[in-house]
Ligand binder design. Structure first.
Ligand code: HEC
Length: 123
């Protein structure tokens, strides 16, 4: 794991703790939460098929928004709520991702992983 990836994972963890309203945000997540797949791992497993290099999502986003916005995992402009809305409703040629394919808890972690770059990137 690179240092940047570790940073993203750490930020995603902070976001999840904040979103669930747990007191004592400085404490580490409960062991159960820590053992769950990370937002990044879920993104690679559930979205990577289309959103990594060469995927249809990457190609369509490049066509519509340009090369700088093609790779979803590198975007710094996407809020978590937008990511979740697109996943549940679909967008143009992106199909709806059902709760059977990706649970709400998993989608929360994926969206937090993508949105963590927004905060880290400062824009
Ligand atoms: C079967 C292929 C496929 C899978 C799987 C897929 N996507 Fe997509 N996604 C697309 C395509 C194609 C687009 C481009 C739609 C367009 O703009 O025409 C897209 C676009 C998006 C966008 C819009 C980005 C923007 O700038 O507007 C988001 C957000 C997104 N996908 C999130 C996800 C997430 C999160 C997952 C995993 C849970 C996922 N996608 C899985 C094909 C896929």
């Amino acid at each position: 794991m690179t240092r940047m990836e570790a940073l993203f994972l750490a930020l995603a963890g902070v976001t999840i703790v904040g979103a669930t309203g747990l007191a004592g945000a400085q404490t580490r997540p409960a062991p159960a939460a820590a053992a769950a797949p990370s937002g990044e791992a879920l993104f690679l497993g559930k979205c990577g098929y289309c959103h990594l290099e060469g995927g249809t999502g990457t190609m369509m986003l490049e066509r519509r928004l340009g090369k700088g916005k093609a790779l979803l995992g590198k975007r710094t402009d996407l809020p978590a709520d937008y990511v979740k809305a697109v996943a549940r409703n679909g967008l143009n040629s992106m199909p709806t991702i059902t709760r059977v394919e990706v649970t709400d808890a998993e989608l929360d972690r994926i969206a937090a992983f993508i949105a963590s770059k927004k905060k880290a990137g400062g824009k």
